[in-house]
Write a protein that binds this ligand. Structure first.
Ligand code: FES
Ligand SMILES: [Fe+2]
Length: 472
């Protein structure tokens, strides 16, 4: 490149910018033995939906490993290496038995823990039974999702039970999945890229298009640019965004959504009721699970209850296998032209390349959350982050884990633009402070009551409340 061609603004400089560097494999690659792959294997991961396990075994690929999942006739779940330990036939053609699976080729029979039960072609299988074991992973079903632990057996953690699974008491968890033909990280980190909602999910890119077709989102406030801040949570084992939006009639909507590393997240209430609610709760828990480095599946629980969906807007039929995730609006099952005319998350994220190349990005202030997420993940992968002490303590006590997602609409008199921005930022910080302080509450019900009470205290605006002495 000549010296002149480097001068801003580099007009018609495509020739000099055509190289595509390698992706950031420390964060994006999850195959066995990779740093991120080993980190992710220390956590329970959903691997398929219960509804995918009928009478036949199911071949799946997770974290770059070819596996077979099945439900034995006694109800126990098997997740094991796809290729039979004898001579490699695929167990997807196996016969599901009372307590395991029998390979179709020579009939070797494995229990769900991989132990060899029987080898009918052998005169005496005693030695084989003592020395051969099919690679298997602990697995179980929970509310329609099948979870497996693919890490070192001695490091198996407790399954994380979040408050949002059982509180409020009328909560129903309904499983779903969504396939994305791209790397897991670009789907996961999208949640910190909250400002895209004002563009991608707004008429800015879907002018004249029915909002249902555009992205399933038509909500006063959601199309406006939020005032954003992002912070680490759980001792660096996660992060949140805090989005403040000015709504009509002197109100402000503060929405928080959290990531829990390595690949979980909890989103706030269902839209559009989120913009008139006041509580700390979540409408959805999601996992961004790598299939391999070029494909991923979102697995999730939609939470149906009277708090996150008081209007009964949620539709259970929208959940299930490769179905629309209500909160994201759409999946990749439309025509190419439909996707071009009204692109949504699927089009935007998949088109970032099969594996997004971070070194080609030009981040701005709106990308702080994405970069925070990557930095925290990198520190966790490198072992620089201590485990989340609260998580360990609560899990050891068999207690559920608090969440930091919430939606609150507060009355706050509108100020001139610059001051209004400042007061919305301060309000967002205060809401996050309230959610953090709620960690001291003993039960989800106490936590909820505390959050509601504290939000009531700041209803009216921080400045007004300070003047009244209400925040002392
Ligand atoms: S290859 Fe499976 S039993 Fe022979
Ligand atoms: Fe989105």
């Amino acid at each position: 490149m000549s010296k002149d061609s480097k001068t801003f603004p580099l007009r018609f400089s495509g020739y000099h910018r055509r190289d595509v560097p390698a992706p950031d494999s420390e964060l994006t690659s999850t195959n066995p033995g990779t740093p991120m792959g080993e980190y992710m294997r220390r956590y329970w991961q959903p691997v398929c939906l219960s509804e995918e396990l009928k009478d036949l075994p199911k071949a799946i690929r997770i974290l770059g490993e070819d596996l077979v999942a099945f439900r034995a006739k006694n109800g126990s779940i098997g997740v094991m290496h796809l290729h039979c330990a004898h001579r490699g036939a695929s167990l997807e053609y196996g016969i599901v038995s009372e307590n395991g699976i029998r390979c179709c080729y020579h009939g070797w029979h494995y229990a769900v823990d991989g132990t060899l039960q029987d080898a009918p072609c052998e005169h005496d299988a005693t030695r084989l039974k003592d020395t051969v074991c099919q690679g298997a992973y602990p697995a179980f079903e929970r509310n329609g999702l099948v979870f497996a632990y693919m890490g070192p057996p001695e490091q198996k953690p407790p399954f994380p039970e979040f408050d949002s699974y059982t509180f409020p008491a009328d909560t129903k968890l309904v499983a779903f999945s969504n396939m994305y033909p791209c790397n897991w990280l670009q789907v996961y980190e999208n949640i910190m890229d909250h400002m895209h909602t004002a563009v991608l999910h707004n008429k800015m890119v879907a002018e004249g298009v029915d909002s249902d077709v555009a992205a399933g989102v038509s909500l006063e406030g959601f199309g406006d640019m939020p005032i954003m801040q992002w912070e680490a949570t759980r001792g660096g084992n996660g992060c949140v965004f805090v989005a403040g939006r000015r709504l009509p009639e002197n109100t402000v909507w503060v929405r928080m959504t959290e990531m829990i590393f390595p690949n979980y997240l909890q989103i706030g209430s269902l839209l559009p009721t989120a913009a008139r609610e006041r509580h700390g709760n979540s409408g959805c828990t999601r996992w961004s699970v790598p299939v391999d480095d070029h494909n991923m599946i979102i697995f999730g629980f939609r939470h149906f209850n009277s708090t996150v969906d008081p209007d009964g807007l949620g539709d259970e039929s929208e959940c299930g296998y490769d179905k629309i995730d209500f909160l994201e609006g759409q999946v990749g099952n439309r025509s190419y032209e439909e996707g071009q005319r009204a692109p949504g998350d699927w089009e935007a994220i998949v088109s970032q390349r099969r594996i997004a190349v971070h070194s080609l990005e030009h981040p701005g202030g709106s990308d702080v959350g994405v970069y925070l997420c990557r930095r925290l993940l990198r520190e966790a992968v490198r072992g620089k982050t201590a485990p989340d002490a609260l998580y360990e303590q609560l899990a050891a006590q068999g207690r559920t884990l608090p969440l930091y997602s919430q939606d609150s609409v507060l009355r706050v008199p509108e100020l001139p633009r610059a001051e209004d921005r400042k007061q919305i930022l301060a309000l967002g910080k205060k809401v996050l402070e309230i959610m953090r302080a709620a960690d001291d509450c003993a039960t989800p019900a106490e936590r909820d009551a505390y959050v509601r009470r504290e939000l009531d205290r700041i209803d009216g605006g921080l400045a007004v409340k300070a003047e009244e002495g209400a925040l002392a």
